[in-house]
Design a protein around this ligand. Structure first.
Ligand code: FO1
Length: 305
């Protein structure tokens, strides 16, 4: 099973999808980036994973549907709506369906399963929780949502602190704790530790389940030489009081992670990480091509790691 956020994690999820039986994959997605946009419930990380597994993802952007059109968005703009969050026409069909099913009383996990079935996804995609959780970031100009920070402000504002609103009342999605306990392998994807993996770990019971599982828990670093491949992971780690490096990552995950995969460019940090009690595997963690994604998945699936 894999724990993931959006675009970075989706690359590894695709590698696993190519290298293992689709039915064997359970992918738990962050939902603290979810937003209501134009009245529609958008679940970006869930959708990025579902579209990836369905072969529909836009490969250039890493989110949204490939070859999508933006007719609805253009008209929304003409009608005076804010359109900085770019929803494509086919993507909107997903959000319309999700919003309708939610309003009929179905939980997000069941809605996600229905979307997977409709799009031919044979793996299990679980939102981390059926309850509403929202990452809120405190900036010098006030508190903003993750999408306002990430998309609208292009992750430029200083972030003083962050919190996951609603997390205390949330419960793991049905089947999630059982999947962690029964997994052959748990992979923490190279996603933002503060805003993608952090919320999943903060759902009550999840972190303990990861400590207790007999499965090997392996995390893949989302950064090289103190900088994330894309996005603000390194900046937000500092906000959480963790050093922006693979050593900081090991400190943040050491209570439940057995092995940390780091890039060859960070190999000098291996002794410091191993002193924290986390085993280190040094390899190339860049996933630019499909072959990179598949190779990394194969390395992780190797029972001798
Ligand atoms: N990311 C952007 O940088 N700009 C966008 O306009 C944008 C729209 C969008 C619409 C649907 C969706 O599922 C994802 C979208 N994303 C966009 C990506 C999203 O902000 C990120 O994938 C995650 O929230 C970070 O994990």
């Amino acid at each position: 099973m894999l724990l993931t956020g959006g675009t970075g994690g989706a690359k590894l999820v695709l590698g696993f999808h190519e290298e293992a039986a689709a039915e064997d994959l359970v992918v738990v997605c962050n939902t603290a980036d979810d937003s209501v946009v134009h009245g529609l419930h958008v679940s970006p990380d869930v959708d990025t994973i579902v579209y990836t597994l369905a072969g529909l993802i836009d490969p250039a952007k890493g989110w949204g549907v490939r070859d999508d059109t933006f007719t609805v968005l253009d008209q929304l703009k003409r009608l005076g709506n804010e359109t900085w969050f770019r929803l494509g026409d086919r993507d909107i069909a997903t959000h319309l369906t999700r919003t309708r099913l939610l309003s009929e009383g179905q939980p997000l996990s069941r809605v996600t399963a229905a979307l997977c079935r409709a799009l031919g996804v044979r793996s299990t995609v679980l939102p981390m929780t059926d309850q509403r959780v929202e990452t809120r970031l405190a900036t010098p100009d006030g508190e903003i949502s993750f999408q306002e920070y990430f998309v609208k402000a292009r992750w430029q504002p200083e972030v003083l602190s962050l919190r996951y609103q609603g997390i205390e009342e949330s419960r793991p999605a049905p089947g999630m704790l059982e999947a962690i306990a029964g997994a052959a392998l748990v992979v923490v994807c190279p996603s933002n530790p503060a805003t993608s993996i952090g919320p999943i770990l903060a759902v009550p019971g999840v972190r303990q389940a990861l400590r207790d599982t007999p499965a090997r828990v392996v995390a893949v670093s989302p950064m090289v030489q103190g900088r994330s491949f894309s996005g603000p992971a390194h900046k937000l780690m500092v906000t959480l009081g963790v050093e922006a490096s693979v050593t900081g990552l090991a400190e943040a995950y050491r209570d439940f992670v057995d092995v940390l995969l780091i890039d060859t460019e960070d190999r000098h940090l291996r002794p410091a990480i191993e002193r924290l009690g986390v085993r280190v595997l040094v390899t190339s963690i860049r996933m630019d091509t499909l072959e990179d994604k598949k190779r990394l998945a194969r390395e992780l699936l190797n029972p001798s790691i």
